[in-house]
Design a protein. Structure first.
Length: 256
């Protein structure tokens, strides 16, 4: 690595750390698009940089790619089912259960926030499943628009005496499962989690149409969203497409 690349890597790392810290305390200093650009640039210089590695605290809560829909869809077989969901602007959260009881909750950075999860009204404290199981979702302020919904949620997670009645949790994934995505959503609902409405489509133009509906404010306008998410439904196809250093190749965030 040249001296100029090393200096740029250090500079990018510092900017990402500062932006991540600001985001985690509910005071984001740059846009999501600008943050993604910093991460992509750092990854192109050194994909093994330590700040790009998996955090402690359990399964990695990967982020979503926001490449162009045309580029992403080009690699998908015709008539493949794609699930379209709202992209909630909140704090990424995983909740883990064992012997049917909530035992752990952690953020993307790996921070243990279990005591806060116990105070969020719509996070089940018990479920009808004895084995260890982890669910992924988003914690947000339900009465606030995006991006304030994220800032309020992040702020509550750093308070000694939080007001978690302001917060809601929506679940959208079961980690380490062989189920297709729609089956996961149905199981999440049966476990007692909030699950948002979704669409299942199988062509490029339906995805484009739903994105345009969101852009015009006619889709999920009752939720604090900063985009929509497209996910391949079939688990086998998901595994075939795999995951990059940063995000799954079978899912895409479509924003403004």
């Amino acid at each position: 690595m040249t001296n100029s690349n090393l200096a740029l890597e250090v500079e990018l790392s510092a900017k990402i750390v500062r932006a991540t810290t600001a985001y985690n305390i509910g005071k984001p200093c740059i846009s999501n698009k600008a943050f993604d650009a910093l991460v992509n640039k750092l990854h192109s210089i050194n994909p093994n940089n330590k700040i790009l590695k998996t955090p402690f605290g359990g399964n990695k809560l990967s982020s979503l790619d926001n490449a162009r829909l045309e580029e992403w869809y080009r690699g998908i077989r015709k008539n493949t089912d794609v699930v379209i969901e709202p992209k909630i602007d909140g704090v990424a959260l995983a909740v883990q259960y064992q012997y049917g009881e909530l035992q752990l909750a952690y953020t993307r950075s790996g921070r243990d926030v279990t005591r806060y999860a116990y105070e969020v009204l719509n996070i089940p404290k018990t479920i009808k499943e004895k084995k260890k199981i982890t669910f992924r979702g988003e914690l947000y302020a339900f009465d606030e628009p995006a991006p304030k919904s994220q800032r309020v949620a992040a702020a509550q997670l750093r308070r000694k005496k939080p007001n978690c009645e302001l917060l809601s949790f929506v679940a959208f994934q079961i980690l380490d499962t062989s189920l297709d995505h729609v089956d996961q959503l149905q199981d999440l609902y049966c476990f007692g989690f909030q699950v948002n409405n979704y669409f299942v489509v199988n062509n490029f133009w339906d995805i484009k149409d739903l994105h345009n509906q969101w852009l015009s404010g006619h889709l999920w306008n009752n939720l604090p969203t900063d985009g929509i998410v497209a996910k391949i439904n079939d688990k086998h196809i998901q595994e075939t497409l795999g995951q990059s250093e940063k995000c799954p190749q079978w899912a895409l965030a479509l924003k403004s």
